[in-house]
Ligand binder design. Structure first.
Ligand SMILES: *Cc1c(COP(=O)(O)O)cnc(C)c1O
Length: 823
């Protein structure tokens, strides 16, 4: 942090009237996450209230850990024992107060600050500009894609006095959000990347979106933009005065006229400035998107006055950015966090945080390279030492000349190596067993090789799960709910194919309230993997009562007979069990009907060992408008039935009815809780909010072999694929045994290769599928094929073969490896 804060300063900056015990130390850290506190005695904890849990719930524990300063909401009750130990700054909105503190910190930074916004490329430009500038300066930049209302303040707190330039990105999703970001970022130099044409929920038009984003640059001295995006530049040029604008274009007339010359996969970029000076650089790629991004980077570096030689050296080492932090299955039940693209402290912090959110494993191991950043290594490594200490790592394997400095801070069993080769010589996969291993290193250390050694062999097909998209979708549904409405997340059927343990773990950290599985075994597996949320079991059987008791699962009870059985069991074992009552209002699958209620009443008295945790019903047609009246009649019948049962109890069970579709269609029937399923996984079945959800899973495979076939050749079983004119085909490493539906045979399905469609040819086989590559001349063996993901929606695929997205998702075989990432 740039400026340390006294008690009085915190009060003044936030406008709070402090309560509790005054302190006389200086605040050096601001934290919003109870697990991220490093120096409790110098930390101000900001209790945010969001879709996630309320930060205030951690206060007691944090006081215990030694935190003595809290920014809280005014309605928080502060007991005497807290007031004796800590200071409380009540403010109407803690997020806004956090932003004020960030704005103050920003005002303490007198060096150049670059602010980036736009629809695409923000994060890549930030990363690349950071890499190029760090040839000459100590650079601070936002970690990963921290660009939101909370991400930006956290990025600003990461700026240190020794930094010489800072780069921050700003992302917004609705009108009105930029004001707060602008106040904090106050960029000296701006980059407006481009503007997407896609309709976004929070904006009524593209123009509105541009105007909102432009607010960031109202007081910026200089703004870089590409004139070739005419929709953007027309508006920009009416809003930003000429002396502030720096344009570049592939056409003449801009401040920088740019041309690209392709040279064997590399590209020579020539910039002609309007004073007729020219600059030439060579970059290691040739695709259009990368060239646009890197041109922004070059213009920014030139405007900042960096030496040409240093810019060129920085550009040579650029690689297409993979910002993803990926969770992969490792050897011997270990779990690997792959962060092999990371080069700074801020990224390390994010990766360690991600690590701390994973399920508990035997030990936590960090494989770490030197950090490539200029500036004072003492300071940087002192911070790394603090991180190592506070995240309770068990073992560290360090690689490089600089990490040696840290040796004294390493836990026992740690080791350092001069280079990656030395590490690989000693790295025996058998030494790991059920561990959590974070592999994080700068590009030049090529830690992919370490990941390769320790990850489980992944056969050609993988299902990639985007955890940020999952968070996005969870928050979308949270926004549809009244505050206080609980969310039960359906993780039945392996979490709709996504992998129950990782998904349950992720939503547990996001603040879901309940989980539901189909069978007791699924619940047991979750418990064994460290999931602590209450778990409802939809379809329990008598044989699993022991497991239910032992693993604290909560069965659904759906008949009088079953109620008696489980009641008897609880009595015999003198134990209390939580159960859920399924009320059948029209599904006619499982559940009590209205006519059973009179017989149920005496049972409630007879078996007080059974505690009714909730009542629920399930809508049969919440996704379709034509069933509207039926749904309403179900909901009304449900409320009547549950009231009759409730009257017999001296406590109030939770009441819930809505599934994903119900949440968007029947907001008046949220009751105490909703049951979120398919929507979390990125499919909005009512079609009303399609563009508001992000696809979560991408199913990918690879091309095992390519063949050129003569005219008249046939492909696959029963000779169903016919090539009258011959052509090129590819064999994919996926078949119906992996869950690629056989109904996709003979052109019904297609995959995407290099962004182009390759239709299925012939019949899908058990483990392989052949596709027509005639339209994709550049294809090679080993290339990737996308079965579904961002560019192929599950709904479209499901329609093609007359099924529903649910079936496609849950059919993916468990032999397909699941890989999780944060983008
Ligand atoms: C599966 C299921 C849900 C979730 O339904 P979605 O349509 O996936 O949201 C909710 N309630 C019950 C009882 C379920 O079985």
């Amino acid at each position: 942090m740039l400026a340390q804060l006294s008690f009085d300063q915190v009060a003044e900056l936030t406008g709070a009237k402090p309560l509790g015990k005054k302190f006389d130390f200086l605040i050096t850290q601001i934290s919003i996450d109870s697990r991220q506190v490093i120096h409790p005695e110098q930390t101000l904890f900001v209790a945010l209230r969001g879709a996630k849990a309320d930060g205030a719930t951690f206060i007691a524990q944090l006081i215990e850990e030694g935190i003595q300063a809290f920014l809280v909401h005014p309605d928080l009750e502060i007991p005497k024992e807290w007031a004796e130990k800590a200071a409380f700054f009540p403010v109407n909105d803690t997020r806004e107060a956090l932003q004020k503190l960030a704005a103050f910190q920003r005002s303490q930074f007198s060096k150049p600050l670059v602010g980036i916004t736009g629809s695409n490329g923000k994060t890549i430009i930030k990363e690349w500009l950071g890499q190029v500038l760090s040839q000459s300066y100590a650079v601070a930049k936002s970690p990963k894609s921290y660009n939101s209302q909370v991400g930006v303040p956290l990025s600003i707190f990461g700026i240190q006095p020794y930094h010489q330039v800072a780069i921050l990105e700003a992302g917004i999703s609705r009108v009105g959000e930029m004001d707060a970001l602008k106040g904090m970022i106050q960029p000296n130099l701006g980059i407006f990347t481009n503007i997407g044409s896609a309709h976004e929920e929070g904006f009524s038009s593209q123009e509105e979106k541009i105007l909102e984003k432009l607010k960031l640059f109202e007081e910026t001295q200089l703004l870089i933009y590409c004139r070739d995006h005419s929709n953007l530049s027309t508006i920009l040029e009416t809003q930003i005065s000429e002396e502030k604008r720096i344009s570049w274009s592939l056409a003449p007339g801009a401040d920088f006229s740019v041309s690209y010359k392709n040279q064997e996969g590399k590209t020579r970029i020539i910039l002609l400035k309007n004073d007729l000076s020219t600059f030439t650089f060579l970059v290691p790629f040739s695709d259009k998107a990368s060239l646009e991004n890197v041109t922004h980077v070059i213009v920014a570096a030139l405007v900042l006055g960096q030496e040409l030689q240093a810019i060129q050296e920085g550009l040579e080492h650029l690689k297409p950015v993979d910002m993803r932090l990926t969770l992969k299955p490792g050897v011997n039940d270990s779990l690997i966090i792959d962060d092999t693209y990371n080069n700074d402290l801020a990224g390390l912090r994010v990766a360690l945080e991600f690590m701390s959110q994973q399920r508990p494993k035997k030990s936590k191991i960090l494989i770490l390279s030197d950090l490539l950043q200029q500036g004072t290594p003492e300071k940087v490594y002192a911070e790394v030492a603090e991180l190592i200490d506070s995240y309770h790592l068990d073992q560290i394997l360090g690689v490089g000349k600089e990490v040696v400095r840290l040796q004294n801070f390493f836990p026992d069993k740690s080791k350092v190596f001069d280079n990656t080769e030395e590490l690989l010589k000693e790295l025996d996969p058998e030494q790991f067993q059920n561990d959590l291993i974070l592999i994080t290193g700068a590009r030049s250390f090529a830690f992919e090789r370490v990941v390769n050694r320790l990850q489980q062999r992944i056969h050609g097909t993988t299902l990639e799960i985007n955890l940020n998209a999952l968070t996005h979708n969870f928050n979308f549904y949270k926004r549809q709910l009244r505050p206080g409405t609980k969310v039960m997340v359906m993780v039945k059927a392996f979490a709709y194919g996504g992998g129950a343990a990782e998904i349950a773990n992720h939503i547990q950290t996001m603040g879901a309230d309940y989980l539901a599985v189909a069978f007791s075994d699924e619940g047991v597996a979750l418990r064994k993997q460290g999931i602590r949320l209450p778990i409802m079991v939809l379809n329990p059987v008598e044989e699993s009562f022991d497991l239910i008791r032992e693993y604290a699962l909560e069965p659904v009870v759906f008949s009088l007979d079953f109620f008696k059985k489980i009641g008897q069991y609880a009595q015999n074992h003198q134990t209390q069990l939580s159960i859920h009552l399924d009320l059948d209002t029209g599904m006619h699958r499982l559940g009590f009907e209205a006519k059973h209620i009179s017989a149920l009443k005496p049972l409630l008295k007879e078996f007080p060992e059974l505690r009714i945790a909730s009542f629920y019903t399930h809508l049969v047609g919440a996704d379709e408008e034509i069933h509207h009246d039926f749904s309403i009649s179900q909901l009304n019948l449900f409320q009547e039935m549950k009231s009759q049962i409730e009257a017999e109890l001296d406590y109030k069970p939770l009441v819930h009815a809505l599934n994903s579709a119900g949440i968007v269609r029947f907001p008046d029937y949220q009751m105490d809780m909703v049951r979120l399923g398919i929507g979390l996984y990125g499919v909005e079945v009512t079609g009303k909010f399609d563009s508001s959800l992000r696809p979560v899973s991408t199913l990918k495979t690879t091309i095992s072999q390519i063949k050129d076939l003569p005219p008249g050749a046939t492909v696959g079983y029963s000779r169903k694929g016919v090539l009258p004119n011959g052509g090129k085909i590819g064999t994919l490493a996926i078949g119906y045994a992996d869950g690629y539906d056989r109904r996709f045979s003979q052109g019904k399905g297609y995959v995407l290769i290099h962004g182009k469609k390759a239709p299925v040819i012939g019949n899908v086989c058990m483990d392989m599928t052949m596709v027509d590559l005639s339209e994709i001349p550049e294809v090679r063996e080993g290339d990737e094929a996308i079965i579904y993901g961002e560019q192929i929606s599950l709904k479209e695929l499901a329609d093609r073969i007359g099924t529903i997205p649910y079936e496609l998702l849950t059919n993916i075989s468990t032999r397909v490896k699941r890989v999780y990432y944060l983008d």
